[in-house]
Design a binder for this molecule. Structure first.
Ligand code: ATP
Ligand code: MG
Length: 180
């Protein structure tokens, strides 16, 4: 399973439809400051169901919709579609290619679709939950966080790795239980 392509339309700085194609392995996105690299990462989180405006570096959810520039009027909706290669069957669905899409209008909530059929957020989360991506599964290391990791004490660094591996919440629960 790997991410095959990502299409953004009206999402943050991507006013016109823009498709990024990925290959298996590591992908690097390079570009000048402010050119939209982090917006691509935000689009990935958003299409997989991210619900927090702050995680998307905005103040409110509708901040993901293209807000306009001096030469271009604001748009009324944002759309992102993520296509995942599923030839190894990692996703529990009978398709070798799965496209998840999310659309949001300024005055309304989000609509999701899986391979073109309307879906609920829960359907998207269920589809992704056993695959290592999706809610609380994939790990996005934010800009500036790397410095923090490199300069951390060994204990601090261990905490970060534990959080990424998903064991921190269990350790906190264990510590809480032992204190009782
Ligand atoms: P850096 O190298 O500094 O990290 P970057 O390539 O990660 O830059 P982004 O943070 O992805 O850049 O993009 C920032 C740009 O996106 C800013 O110019 C900002 O105005 C624009 N932007 C963010 N949200 C919107 C929106 N809703 N509508 C239009 N433009 C937006
Ligand atoms: Mg950035």
């Amino acid at each position: 399973m790997y991410l095959k392509s990502l299409t953004l339309r009206g999402f943050k700085s991507f006013a016109s439809a823009t498709t990024l194609n990925f290959e298996p392995g590591i992908t690097c996105v390079v570009g000048p400051n402010g050119s939209g690299k982090s917006n691509v990462v935000d689009a990935l989180s958003w299409v997989m169901g991210e619900q927090g405006a702050k995680s998307l570096r905005g103040g409110k959810m509708e901040d993901v919709i293209f807000a306009g520039t001096s030469g271009r009027a604001p748009l009324g909706r944002a759309e992102v579609a993520l296509t995942i290669d599923n030839t190894d069957g990692a996703l529990p669905i009978d398709y070798t290619e799965v496209t998840i899409s999310r659309t949001m209008f300024r005055n309304g909530g989000s609509e999701y679709a899986i391979n073109g059929s309307a879906a609920r957020l829960m359907d998207v989360q269920d589809l992704l939950s056993d695959s290592g991506i999706g809610r609380e599964m994939h790990v996005i290391v934010g800009q500036g966080q790397l410095d923090g990791i490199l300069q951390a004490t060994p204990e601090g660094r261990r905490g970060f790795i534990e959080e990424a591996a998903g064991v921190l919440k269990h350790r906190k629960r264990k510590e809480k239980a032992l204190r009782k």
